[in-house]
Design a protein around this ligand. Structure first.
Ligand SMILES: [Zn+2]
Length: 466
């Protein structure tokens, strides 16, 4: 998955930029063998049909283990763990100081389904055409998996010895139940931090130049509730004083009028400051005011009017499904509304449920949480991470604005944040949103983005692990 950054609204970002440092040529020049290996591995990766239920993740993991061994990873440092029909892989790049906590580099091996008849090309045969690699998983998330891994091959090749262990962490069901992710997060919960290749990246403009880099540092928590009204019912020829559908309708009116209070955190403050500085009036100035004063009513009202910002200023809950009654000639015995919430980090299930109960204001109505959510706090914008990311991005696009982001969820980082590991979506994909078809038809990535991503990963990992 990838965070959504509106390139249109952030356009113009390049106008006032001064490069922070001139990058060193040798840090950008990916060795030809590493560059070729990256493209080859991406193409072969697409060929593994790692869709849920196809049982191909273990075979893909074996292939990756072979490449890791061929590029300097000791066999005993690579672990493939079968988990149901899928699997996880971890590979440890040994550091010199075993007392230090490891850093993790996460990607997922599975992909969402793709049907041959829907695609112009076979989704599971990578095709290079018009400067793109086409195939299911090309962007989500095999590009990130491959480029972060071949960056380690490069570091091994040049004899880099990190102080900390660097652990490649590959999950096998990120697109579905994330049970493998939850298991990995438990096993690795003592880690220093996690770098996730499955979020973060830059938007390219139509001229091919990057506009803004988004770094994901928080995710909202997904929660589903149902509210049900009940009634003894009866024959529809004899309507009474109460009616389950009418009762629910009154509840819906109250829900529709309600908004959770404005919230900010370090990530959304930084996001609104960065975005506000490059967004035209009146929205830009409103973002800047809101960042410092979430009680600024006018700024808040303007931001909630945009679908792309309403989720950044607080918890949202909205009615998404409705069912009620059982026959056209019977009084309804029950009516139910489904409510989907995207909860601001730090707000609990109890808080959301008790708030909704107050809003519903009907002691006869029942509110029910549909399943147990996995809450996760925002990760702190650590100076070491921001500095290393700044340097790594500067290699490719000096001075490109880096905007911290909070996404509506969910990536593997969710479970790691829940387990107390600060997690950052710092992928290397630079792509025009028009070309981004993650989860969709004809998924593709620009070939030109591969080397830059490898160089970015090498710089980032080297700085954080040394
Ligand atoms: Zn993904």
């Amino acid at each position: 998955m990838h965070p959504i950054v509106s390139g249109r609204r952030l356009a113009g970002a390049l106008l006032c930029l001064v490069p922070l440092a001139s990058p060193s040529a040798k840090d950008i020049a990916v060795p030809p063998d590493i560059s070729a290996k990256s493209l080859e591995m991406l193409q072969r990766s697409v060929g593994f049909r790692t869709v849920e239920g196809e049982g191909q993740v273990p075979a893909y993991a074996e292939y990756l283990a072979g490449e890791l061994r061929a590029h300097g990873f000791a066999a005993e440092d690579i672990t493939i763990t079968p988990r149901g029909e899928t699997a996880t892989l971890t590979a440890r790049y040994r550091g010199t100081d075993p007392k230090l906590k490891p850093i993790l580099i996460a990607s997922h091996m599975d992909v969402v389904p793709a049907r041959r008849e829907d695609w112009e090309r076979d989704p599971f045969t990578a095709v290079v055409e018009d400067g793109f690699v086409f195939g299911r998983g090309a962007s989500d998330n095999k590009f990130g998996l491959v480029t972060s891994t071949t960056a380690l091959f490069w570091l091994k090749q040049e004899g880099f010895k990190p102080k900390r262990d660097i652990v490649v962490v590959l999950s096998g069901d990120e697109e579905t139940s994330m049970e493998t992710t939850a298991a990995l997060a438990q096993e690795l919960k003592g880690a220093e931090l996690l770098l996730n290749s499955d979020a973060g990246g830059a938007n390219l403009g139509d001229d091919g130049k990057p506009i803004v880099y988004a770094m994901q540092a928080a995710e909202k928590t997904y929660m589903d509730f149902e509210v049900t009204t009940t009634n003894p019912g009866g024959h529809s020829s004899r309507p009474g004083a109460t009616n389950a559908i009418y009762d629910l309708a009154r509840i819906l009116d109250r829900l529709a009028a309600f908004r959770f209070p404005p919230k900010t955190n370090e990530i959304t403050k930084a996001y609104f400051k960065a975005a506000g500085a490059i967004t035209p009036a009146p929205t830009g100035p409103a973002m800047l005011r809101y960042a410092d004063h979430p009680d600024d009513k006018e700024a808040y009202e303007l931001l909630v009017s945009y679908p792309e910002y309403v989720g950044q200023v607080g918890t949202t809950c909205v009615a998404t499904t409705l069912r009620g009654g059982h026959a056209p000639n019977a009084l309804p015995q029950s009516a139910t509304v489904g409510i989907n919430c995207r909860v601001f980090p730090g707000e609990s299930v109890e808080y959301v449920q008790s708030t909704l109960t107050k809003v519903i204001d009907d002691p006869k109505a029942q509110i029910r949480l549909i399943y147990e959510p996995v809450p996760s706090d925002a990760s702190p914008l650590r100076e070491d991470v921001m500095k290393a990311l700044r340097k790594a991005v500067d290699l490719r696009a000096p001075g490109l604005p880096i905007v911290p982001s909070m996404s509506a969820g969910a990536t593997d980082s969710l479970h790691f944040r829940n387990a107390g590991v600060p997690s950052y979506g710092v992928g290397g994909l630079f792509i025009n949103p028009k070309d981004s078809f993650s989860h969709g038809l004809n998924e593709r990535i620009p070939v030109a983005s591969i080397d830059g991503a490898v160089a970015q990963w090498r710089s980032l990992v080297r700085d954080l692990a040394r």
